[in-house]
Design a protein around this ligand. Sequence first.
Ligand code: FAD
Length: 324
Amino acid sequence: MSVLVYALHYEGDFNKNSLGAVSEGARLAQELGGEAAAVVVGGDDLTDDLCASLGRYGASKVYRVNGPEGLAQPVVDAMAKVIGDNGFRYALFGGGLLGFEIGAGLTARLGAGVTMEVTAVKADDGKLVAERPILQDSAVVDVGYVDEPGIIIGRLNAFDVREAADGASAEVVDVDVQFEAHSTKAVMVQRGEQRGADVNIEDAEILVAGGRGLGKAEGFELCTQLADALGGAVAATRAVVDAGWYPYAAQIGQTGKTVAPKLYLAAGISGAIQHKVGMQASENIVAINKDSNAPIFEFSDLGIVGDLNKILPKLTEAVKAKKG
Ligand SMILES: Cc1cc2nc3c(=O)[nH]c(=O)nc-3n(C[C@H](O)[C@H](O)[C@H](O)COP(=O)(O)OP(=O)(O)OC[C@H]3O[C@@H](n4cnc5c(N)ncnc54)[C@H](O)[C@@H]3O)c2cc1C
């Protein structure tokens, strides 16, 4: 076995970030001439069908561990045991707070090498090399591993979800893990959505993002109307969440979330580097800005120079008309 991936589930589904990591793990394992497997930790909700469904994303085996789900230390115990018993060469995580915590814990437990904030991974001469942006994403370094296992922690949603054409199913293997005493000292008390974020913006395929160009908090109504018409969600820059115009949960960028939707529509956003790093992986970037020299136009697929107060309502109307 070559690559072991952790997959997080919630209410009967794996999240996009985990499925991306499983897909990427499978692709890399194939390049190394091996196979990829996933570790899942949870209770009765981890049914055979749910676990086996990871085969569709390329996992050949799924190690199912009965334990508290959504906490880092029990997963560290589980992955350390699976790696110790089966000799994986790499462990790959999709990023996000939990991925960082588990990856860091596993690194310490195994005395392994780790690379964080990884945006791409390649196989070179039978080994994996992680690409990691540095200096506010102005340069990329290649990081190799001198020893195995190597730990690779991606940026949130950095890896594409790829479904195998044959819809394969994975073999499910139950593993009994003796948790360390310290691993069971924290319990999940409650799980819920962040205040004001009724949509998970990391999983949304369409994002309408608003910046200071909206003029005031009420300006976000224009973004919400367009997002609703498109079936997407609303995102924001740090400038406007700091100003209290929109909830922090929607902030995109260096100190916010990293997203890669199919469409990122930026309205009244200048395109500062700290914002860019959180949305530059979007498939299509459309920017509306009244300043034709705004930096955002340098990395947009389509730029509209004009007043968002006129353009956003017209776009909403047009989308509604098209949808009938
Ligand atoms: C350490 C650090 C971390 C940071 N982290 C983040 C982060 O995670 N995310 C983030 O977003 N920022 C972050 N920032 C802040 C970042 O540097 C910018 O200040 C911020 O992104 C600017 O937000 P904005 O584009 O909404 O506002 P502005 O830069 O003020 O841009 C507003 C834009 O709206 C346009 N505009 C105005 N009126 C209209 C109109 N009527 N129609 C059309 N266009 C109009 C203007 O031409 C302008 O380009 C960080 C900064 C630092 C120092």
